[in-house]
Design a protein around this ligand. Structure first.
Ligand code: PLP
Length: 405
């Protein structure tokens, strides 16, 4: 028998866990210690979930043995409704506007599969969180990348965004706070995106999973609050701010006028039914997480571990000749630039592999985030500050003699 993968997978990739990670695993099996700066998984770096959430899940385990409603538990969905009311979104009342999923990832897949016909286009930022591009392709659509501008703090280039709208465009993806750049968008940027969506009658898909991971005076403004007149899908969950990535708990809020979206919402319902329901024990965590003490603040305010680590990463990166970076205002990543005049890298996956082989530190290449040129990479800022400083110092040593040609 000869078994090929489906042609649906051609061009679909997820480099954060891709070939370079396979090489890192191989080296680990040979006994090498690899510092992994590739995945934003807080628990593996010693970030623990709040006890009250864990205790509540344990307490509810006996009630979590069966399937739930395919949209999710009423208590969790009510908590999500209340959360968005408190965040100032108008007209959020109906628990049926909330859908729970096995992480935001599953909801991204479901929402795009329910929406796209073959050849439909989705405007996805470059750089992006690559699941958006992959899920668009898997759903038969085409991800068209709009540029974010590094010289403007990685804010979306609204002219580029507007220029990329075609008659096939269905939706605009907005990732704010952003992975991989750490940008947090001001109201004017969100209004500019909303205006383009309004003009061309596009759906807005707002991925706000880092909405509570903010540094300094950064403020997160929910996209749906800026565009209450537009049909907006907002995605969020427990993986990052509540350090519960392994629970696979996320939600989707449908907001704005639904009168022309009845058929789409039925499709979303079909997608939700097809996967029966989200992991039920983890659904029990949502109410306690949203309603309880927001301990993430302790990590991002002055003296907090995440803030210290962001500062350590930026300081160490800026010491390396030919490396620059925009200081992240939120999220868990930095997306530094390697000056192509100093480092004429043609294949950034090879660069990441070479660094891994020599210094045993795992990064992700910028092209893995749909960035068009091989001159960036991403670091997660989850390790302790001294580990980050050491790893980035090793990058400096590596680059001193690196010959990419
Ligand atoms: N969206 C963004 C921007 C992310 O960075 C991630 C995970 O890194 C996800 C979604 C997926 O989150 P979840 O664990 O809820 O599937």
């Amino acid at each position: 028998m000869h078994l090929d993968q489906s042609s649906k997978l051609s061009g679909v990739s997820y480099d954060i866990r891709g070939p370079v990670m396979e090489e890192a695993k191989r080296l680990e099996e040979l006994g090498h210690r690899i510092l992994k700066l590739n995945i934003g998984n807080p628990a593996t770096f010693g970030f623990l979930a709040p006890d009250e959430i864990l205790l509540d899940v344990i307490r509810n385990l006996p009630a979590a043995e069966g399937y739930s409603d395919s949209r999710g538990l009423m208590s969790a969905r009510t908590a999500v409704v209340q959360h968005y009311q408190q965040r100032g979104l108008p007209d959020v009342e109906d628990v049926d506007d909330v859908w729970l999923g096995n992480g935001v990832s599953e909801l991204i897949m479901m929402s795009l599969q329910a929406m796209l016909n073959d050849g439909d286009e989705v405007l996805v930022p470059a750089p992006d969180f690559p699941l958006w591009t992959a899920a668009t392709s898997l759903s038969g659509g085409t991800a068209v990348h709009y540029l974010c501008d590094e010289s403007e703090g990685w804010l979306p280039d609204l002219d580029d965004l507007a220029a990329k709208v075609t008659s096939r465009t269905k939706a605009i993806v907005v990732i704010n706070p952003n992975n991989p750049t750490g940008a947090v968008y001001p109201r004017s940027t969100l209004e500019g995106i909303a205006e383009i969506a309004r003009r061309h009658e596009l759906v807005i898909m707002a991925d706000e999973i880092y909405d509570k991971i903010l540094y300094g005076d950064a403020v997160h403004i929910p996209m749906a609050s800026v565009a209450p007149d537009l049909f907006t899908l907002t995605f969020n969950g427990l993986s990052k701010a509540y350090r519960l990535a392994g629970f696979r708990a996320g939600w989707l809020l449908v907001h704005g006028p639904k009168r022309n979206a009845g058929s789409y919402l039925e499709g979303l319902s079909v997608m939700a039914n097809l996967r029966l329901c989200a992991n039920v024990p983890a659904q029990h965590a949502i109410q306690t997480a949203l309603g309880g003490r927001q301990s993430i603040k302790d990590l991002v305010l002055p003296g907090g571990r995440l803030l210290e680590q962001r500062d350590a990463a930026v300081t160490a990166l800026r010491k390396i000749p030919g490396v620059s970076c925009v200081e992240p205002q939120g999220s868990l990543y930095v997306f530094p630039r390697l000056d192509p005049e100093v480092y004429p890298i043609k294949d950034d996956q090879q660069f990441v592999l070479d660094f891994l082989t020599e210094q045993r530190v795992l990064l992700v290449q910028g092209t893995g985030f749909s960035w068009p040129t091989p001159d960036h990479f991403r670091i997660v800022t989850l390790p302790y500050a001294d580990e980050l400083t050491d790893a980035i110092g090793r990058l400096g040593v590596f680059l001193e003699t690196y010959d990419p040609l």
